[in-house]
Write a protein that binds this ligand. Structure first.
Ligand SMILES: Nc1ncnc2c1ncn2[C@@H]1O[C@H](COP(=O)(O)OP(=O)(O)OP(=O)(O)O)[C@@H](O)[C@H]1O
Length: 241
């Protein structure tokens, strides 16, 4: 089966600073994968490379078999990425943002699934207000709804639970899990919320100084979950030692 995401020796650096150093990764359909690692490890940079925001210095990224550098439009059609709350257009309403993104994705209007998600996240009552009036949590919810628009095959989420109240975080986690299980969506979630990750994911990947240092597959995570003395947080600290 073609992996939905394939990274082959991806390297990236800012002017004087190498950040990603030969990252190799394959994600399969329906997998819920957490990307974990210390501050500055390169998680956001990696997500920005695979969503086409940054261009790697070398290496190849294929989304559903399509080379991102060779055919970016086609490759990015398979991918949805949450919008950073600080990058949302302040003067537009939430609904206008959704309509704009729906148009950019080639959809005829905002799909019902997005409206259902906005209802579940208690965002609907704010959709006709300008983004400038949104709290951090409301912005985060809108950024998530924009990323999930049209239910693309690959979802890339950078700390989507930041600022969400417990009820909304619960809704979002279960929504993502249902997408993976019922629709075969693949989710790559960069997060520091290891307790959350541990309960929901199929696999964890540890990025350290721009390299994938360790991964935990489903059976290893099941073992951690079964043992009250163990946690993914503890396993990560040991892997960093
Ligand atoms: N625009 C930039 N210019 C120069 N260096 C940058 C820039 N953005 C990020 N970096 C550097 O790239 C490295 C990786 O940053 P990145 O944001 O990808 O890490 P991260 O793993 O997402 O961290 P965190 O967990 O703190 O969010 C860091 O050393 C950071 O200082």
């Amino acid at each position: 089966m073609t992996p939905i995401l394939h990274l082959d020796q991806v390297c990236f650096g800012y002017v004087r600073r190498p950040v990603l150093d030969g990252v190799e990764m394959q994600l399969l359909r329906g997998e819920f994968v957490a990307l974990i690692g210390p501050n500055g490890a390169g998680k956001t940079t990696l997500l920005q490379c695979l969503s086409g925001v940054l261009a790697p210095r070398s290496g190849q990224i294929r989304i559903n078999g399509i080379d991102l550098a060779a055919d970016p439009l086609m490759a990015k059609r398979q991918l949805g990425m949450t919008v950073d709350p600080v990058r949302l257009p302040e003067l537009l309403t939430g609904r206008e943002c959704l309509q704009l993104f729906a148009g950019a994705r080639g959809l005829h209007g905002v799909p019902d699934s997005t409206q259902v998600l906005c209802d579940a996240l208690s965002l609907t009552s704010m959709l006709d207000h300008p983004v400038a009036e949104y709290s951090l949590g409301m912005r985060q919810k809108l950024g998530v709804a924009l990323g999930l628009l049209g239910e693309p095959a690959l979802l890339v989420l950078d700390e989507p639970l930041n600022g969400l109240d417990p009820a909304s975080a619960y809704v979002l986690k279960h929504h993502l899990q249902a997408l993976c299980r019922e629709r075969g969506t693949t989710v790559l979630l960069a997060t520091h919320s290891l307790d959350v990750a541990e309960r929901f994911i199929d696999r964890a990947l540890l990025l350290v100084e721009g390299r994938l240092r360790r991964s935990w597959d489903r059976s290893e995570l099941d073992e951690i979950r079964r043992d009250p003395e163990r946690s993914l947080e503890q396993a990560m600290v040991q892997a960093l030692a």
